[in-house]
Ligand binder design. Structure first.
Ligand SMILES: O=P(O)(O)OC[C@H]1O[C@](O)(CO)[C@@H](O)[C@@H]1O
Length: 445
């Protein structure tokens, strides 16, 4: 179960920085319905990159993933080579729900020392490498693949092939033909699913199958989010949270803090930051007009960041909308014991850690509201696969709705290309000689 707690956005509580949600829903009903109908209507067109809506229905692929996991019971360490959307979703779900027995490692950077440290810690005979790249051209992932493939081959000879599994586009890019030529097992990233929307396809499900996540439940939760995204505006949770973002951005809230009260959810903000920023930070709208949209998503974790960032959230610039994720029930709880001689702490004696966590979440949200800092919460009944799937698919829908409200394409990322080309030029890639010369003339070499 997932619900929205919007009480700290209410203008009756926080004044002009807030909104009257009921009135806003009435006023924007037509626009939200048009956005909803446009998204559902365009779903079948591969060029629209809305394939993530239907992926949770694809139980056949899930079965294939689970069969692969069963057939590879020898794996003790699974190394995911992927970056951005090809790593962040699985990383977030693994931290929240992963139970082992396999240890998951994510290589999503090209800093040599951590890669060497990981390689030195692994036993090649017990290691499976999952190279994940939709494009098959991402420099970081491919560099890591070259290194891990060599490492496996040096240790295992031709048997290295049993230790690599590929996840990539069914047709495009260099990884697919390479997997075919070498006889490597390979899973698909559906062409109409962008990286940051891909956690429910084998990009996420394959690594998560090795750490015992209940994938059936995760996908069922995603389907529940789809159901709510189809509903009338009054029951359409993604339309509502998107409207909140839209209206608050119009009130100058250009920073969007995403703050789960959960260490288990510590990587969820990283996943959300990519989803939100890469989707919505756009220079040009669908009509070709220069717009420079986007609100900047910022990571925070409660309670940890109460002692690092909340001072700024409360008393700093009034440019923020703060999104909390709160749990209603713990999975397990721990009593805080009474200790003689420390009676100054008796307000804690006999209470539980979850009670303290919950009190801190509510107290911080209320203190922010008192300072007229608008905030709202996704309230999860508990942290399980169903609810996390629901939340993640909800956030994908929220992003898609915002794309509609802002009239931008939320599914491309043209702004990352020039940096990639400069990298190719600096690395001496064939075909980039002219760009390298230009960079040199500009003092970059
Ligand atoms: O799966 P790929 O093609 O390696 O891409 C990784 C990431 O790089 C980006 O394309 C941005 O550079 C992201 O959108 C994507 O999630």
């Amino acid at each position: 179960m997932l619900r929205l707690d919007l009480s700290n956005l209410d203008s009756r509580r926080i004044g002009s920085q807030g909104i009257d949600l009921e009135q806003a829903l009435r006023a924007h009903k037509k626009r939200l319905e048009a956005a909803r109908d446009a998204l559902w209507g365009r779903k079948g067109d591969p060029a629209e990159f809305l394939g993530w809506i239907d992926v949770p229905e694809d139980t056949q692929t899930l079965r294939k993933v689970l069969r692969y996991r069963e057939a590879n019971a020898w794996v003790e360490d699974l190394v995911v080579l992927g970056i951005g959307g090809s790593a962040l979703g699985a990383q977030a779900v693994n931290a929240a729900l992963g139970k082992g027995p396999v240890r998951l490692h994510f290589v999503d950077n090209v800093e040599p020392e951590p890669i060497l440290e990981l390689l030195r810690s692994l036993e090649p005979r017990k290691t499976l490498v999952n190279v994940i790249s939709k494009s098959g051209s991402t420099a970081e992932t491919m560099a890591a693949f070259l290194a891990f493939r060599r490492w496996l081959e040096e240790a295992l000879g031709q048997d290295w092939k049993r230790h690599v599994v590929v996840t990539t586009d069914p047709a495009r890019g260099i990884l697919r033909p390479y997997a075919q030529a070498e006889g490597l097992p390979a899973f698909e990233v559906p062409p109409a699913v962008g990286g940051r929307f891909s956690v429910t396809c084998p990009v996420g499900t394959l690594p998560l199958a090795f750490v015992g996540v209940d994938l059936e439940a995760l996908l069922a939760g995603c389907r529940k989010a789809n159901e709510t995204a189809q509903a009338q505006v009054e029951a359409n949770l993604p339309a509502q949270s998107a409207l909140v973002h839209h209206l608050l951005s119009q009130k100058g809230k250009s920073v969007n803090v995403f703050m789960p009260y959960s260490t288990r959810l510590r990587y969820l903000p990283d996943w959300f930051v990519q989803l939100h920023d890469e989707s919505l930070g756009k220079a040009i709208d669908r009509e070709g007009k220069v717009v420079h949209t986007g609100t900047t998503a910022v990571r925070a974790i409660g309670t940890t960041d109460q002692h690092a960032q909340v001072q700024l959230f409360r008393e700093g610039p009034h440019d923020k909308l703060i999104t909390f994720v709160r749990l209603e029930k713990p999975t397990e709880d721990l009593k805080i014991p009474a200790v003689a001689g420390l009676e100054a702490l008796d307000y804690l004696f006999g209470r539980s850690f979850f009670e303290l966590l919950d009190a801190e979440a509510k107290a911080t949200a209320h203190a922010l509201a008192k300072a007229h800092q608008p905030n709202f919460a996704f309230v999860l009944e508990r942290l399980d696969a169903y609810t996390l799937g629901w939340l993640m698919q909800h956030l994908m829908w929220q992003t898609a709705f915002l794309g509609e409200l802002w009239n931008i394409n939320a599914f491309d990322q043209p702004g990352v290309e020039l940096g990639k080309e400069y990298t190719y030029a600096l690395m001496g890639r064939r075909g980039y000689e002219k760009l390298a010369a230009e960079l040199k003339a500009e003092g970059v070499e």
